[in-house]
Design a protein around this ligand. Structure first.
Ligand code: ASP
Length: 332
């Protein structure tokens, strides 16, 4: 069977990642500018560029380096997030992600490209690289979404390997949670860190990827915003793109990423659009909520915006061979 391109490349990729982890290659440049505010940061003449939720300098560097070599935006984004999907230390994405309350790791992901095509997988077990799988759904099936057993069956048919995704680290944390968790899903500010990545390639085409293990200790079968096109991710190559992280239930109720792109279509900057999308959530709350939602967006001019309910959210920009991790503006 002909293996997907990313599996063929995976061996070399893992070797390279291991070298990075061992400090043998030049590590990604990281500049922390925690207090720097980012409204309307403009990089229109500096294609390509990558932005991602959270501090993920290896992922953004992998994507950015691929873009610099002429790789198309969606292929590059899938390659970059694969690093975090395989990173066992990251308990919010891919292999080693936090399990549901039954102790099973179920992953969600979606992709969207500059042509408006998209693919998604939901509640997938035993498959690490769900962003690549979502791309395969987009490219190799007549469908947009595959869920659960069907998504896994498709993955195995495509040559993906079945793996145990519950790492020792995540298992220990889950067992500790079980002692006091009363088997209730945990919803608070800290327990979510989805990777949502947007990038523009050398042709100025935008694509995006969202990949996650979802809310830690969720109910079995629960799916959040991350694999839902329009909620966790949306791209309109004529306008821009947006991604979300945080409590997916609230993002879904306001179709957050689609809302942001539509607000940008109406003339708002990415920053204004992200702030408005957070407001739509907050106006339904009585007082200060105890959950987090954060948005990250870019437009065709290369302007970037981000906004979250609570402080603590940051995002990474990679351009001109340089990573910057930037603290987002927040309501509280
Ligand atoms: N948005 C994700 C979800 O609700 C969680 C996260 O951002 O980590 O599943």
């Amino acid at each position: 069977m002909l293996l997907p391109w990313w599996i063929m490349k995976r061996k070399a990729f893992i070797q390279q990642s291991t070298l990075w982890a061992g400090g043998l290659l030049v590590s990604p440049h990281i500049i922390h500018t925690e207090n720097e505010m980012t409204s309307n940061k403009s990089i229109p003449t500096n294609l390509p560029y990558v932005i991602s939720t959270w501090n993920v300098p290896f992922a953004t560097k992998i994507t950015g380096d691929a873009l610099n070599k002429g790789v198309e935006a969606l292929d590059a984004a899938v390659l970059g997030v694969a690093y975090e999907e395989a990173n066992l230390q990251n308990t919010t994405v891919g292999n080693g992600g936090s399990p549901d309350r039954d102790g099973e790791v179920t992953l969600d992901a979606c992709v969207m490209n500059h042509e408006g095509n998209c693919g998604a997988v939901m509640a997938v077990q035993n498959i690490t690289h769900v962003a690549a799988l979502a791309k395969d759904v987009m490219e190799k099936t007549p469908h947009v979404i595959l869920a659960g057993e069907g998504a896994k069956k498709f993955a195995l048919e495509q040559g993906y390997q079945a793996e145990n995704l519950l790492s020792e680290k995540s298992k220990k944390e889950w067992e500790k949670w079980l002692e006091k968790g009363n088997y209730n899903p945990k919803i608070n500010i800290e327990n979510h860190d989805t990777i949502g990545m947007l990038c523009s390639d050398q042709n100025g085409n935008l694509s995006g990827v969202c990949t996650t293990s979802g809310l830690a200790y969720k109910m079995k079968g629960r799916v959040g915003d991350s694999p839902v096109i329009g909620s966790g991710l949306y791209i309109d190559n004529a306008i821009g793109g947006a991604v979300a992280t945080g409590l997916g239930e609230e993002v879904i109720k306001t179709v957050g990423s689609f809302l942001i792109v539509e607000l940008m279509r109406q003339g708002k900057t990415p920053q204004e659009a992200c702030e408005e999308a957070v407001s739509r959530i907050l106006e339904k709350q009585k007082g200060k909520p105890d959950f987090q939602v954060a948005y990250l967006a870019t437009n065709k001019k290369g302007e970037i915006g981000s906004y979250s309910i609570h402080s603590g959210f940051s995002y990474t920009i990679y351009k001109n061979d340089l990573n910057q991790n930037i603290a987002s503006k927040a309501m509280y």
